[in-house]
Design a binder for this molecule. Structure first.
Ligand code: UT7
Length: 322
């Protein structure tokens, strides 16, 4: 049986950090409100010369280095983003060319904040089917470009960044298999107007700005995430106590805490980076995963659950033995 095994991770953040105090001089908000309601203290904002593809390329270079492989051996790139460099071509093809691994498969996936989970599931399926052997799975966003900087209910919540992982198809004969063990994805389009962008190529001909009914999204997030996590545990035949680390989408510290509590998961097993990066949409799960692998918390053999929920609604979870 072929399985997709994790070889390396990488991440990238724009140069410019934007703290709550500075933001409070731009819109009617306060450090106190943002920290209390979200846990966010800081976010990064892309400069004119920084794009979704440039951040993704930097994250990929680090992931490739951590994996100890040559870029030319990558034959599949799946990039999750809601903020592509251009409507087309796919940002994945720009990254492919920058890395010099031209010739393989490269495309984008749009599932907003759960984009990385969707991209991972697609790449995993393609590796297991034999269509490719070595993949880069990327989440990269420049949400600062689609924020309404006068809307305090949204602009304080998001930031820019990228995370990437290298996965490889390996024959699995081990008693304790490594790699992606189980994944479940969902979407419910009935809620597509709770979190959306008010523009697009085929409607307004503009890029549009992000709009969100935050309180309602919050309510759905806790329910959907705890359900999908249970589905993945059931599919893998694993108990919640066996999970070493939960790497959740970093939208709001309160959502992370509420989901962990609903699952009776100790908070110290939850990787939390939302304070430093804010919500980076599709980049948030691979950014948090890379941070926890690089600081030594997540190590080889650990059982790690990834999860995310976002616009659409879309949501999903994936269980990996690192
Ligand atoms: O990544 C995709 C998934 N997205 C999410 O998961 C986001 C989910 N939602 C959330 O994280 C939270 O709902 C928010 C952080 C967006 C909002 O927190 P909340 O506790 O649900 O606050 P609220 O929307 O109910 O607003 C409470 C009050 C309102 O004032 P009134 O009407 O009670 O007088 C808002 O006008 O807070 C006010 N408010 C602010 N005050 C200061 C909203 N934004 C701000 C702000 N600064 N930035």
């Amino acid at each position: 049986m072929r399985r997709s095994v994790l070889l390396g991770t990488g991440s990238a953040l724009p140069r410019r950090a934007l703290g709550n105090e500075e933001l409070a001089r731009m819109v009617d908000t306060s450090d106190e409100w943002i920290v209390e309601r979200t846990g966010i203290r800081n976010r990064y904002v892309a400069g004119d010369d920084e794009t979704t593809s440039s951040l993704a390329t930097e994250a990929c270079r680090k992931a490739i280095e951590a994996a100890g492989i040559e870029a030319e051996t990558i034959d599949l790139i799946v990039l999750a983003t809601a903020t592509p460099d251009q409507t087309f071509p796919a940002t994945a093809t720009i990254v492919q060319d920058a890395l010099g691994c031209n010739g393989g498969i490269a495309f984008d996936v749009a599932a907003v904040c759960s984009g990385f989970l969707y991209a991972l599931a697609v790449a995993d399926s393609m590796l297991r089917s034999g269509m490719a052997n070595r993949a880069l799975v990327i989440g990269s966003e420049t949400f600062s470009r689609i924020l309404d900087w006068e809307d305090r209910s949204t602009c304080v919540l998001f930031g820019d960044g990228a995370g990437a992982i290298v996965i490889e198809a390996q024959e699995d004969g081990a008693a304790e298999p490594r790699g992606i063990l189980a994944t479940r994805l969902h979407a419910d389009g009935a809620h597509n107007q709770l979190l959306y962008v008010d523009g697009g190529p085929s409607t307004t001909g503009t890029v549009g700005k992000l709009r969100m009914k935050g309180r309602e999204v919050f309510r759905h997030a806790v329910v959907n995430l705890s359900q999908v996590l249970k589905e993945v545990l059931d599919e893998a035949g694993v108990a919640i106590e066996d999970i070493d680390w939960l790497v959740p989408h970093q939208a709001n510290a309160r959502i992370l805490e509420a989901t962990a509590k609903k699952l009776s998961m100790p908070p110290e097993k939850v990787i939390m980076t939302v304070g430093q990066h804010a919500n980076t949409s599709a980049a948030s799960v691979p950014l948090a995963l890379d941070a926890a692998i690089r600081d030594g918390r997540i190590g080889k053999g650990d059982l790690v659950m990834l999860e995310a929920m976002g616009g659409g609604f879309t949501w999903g979870a994936s269980l990996i033995r690192v």
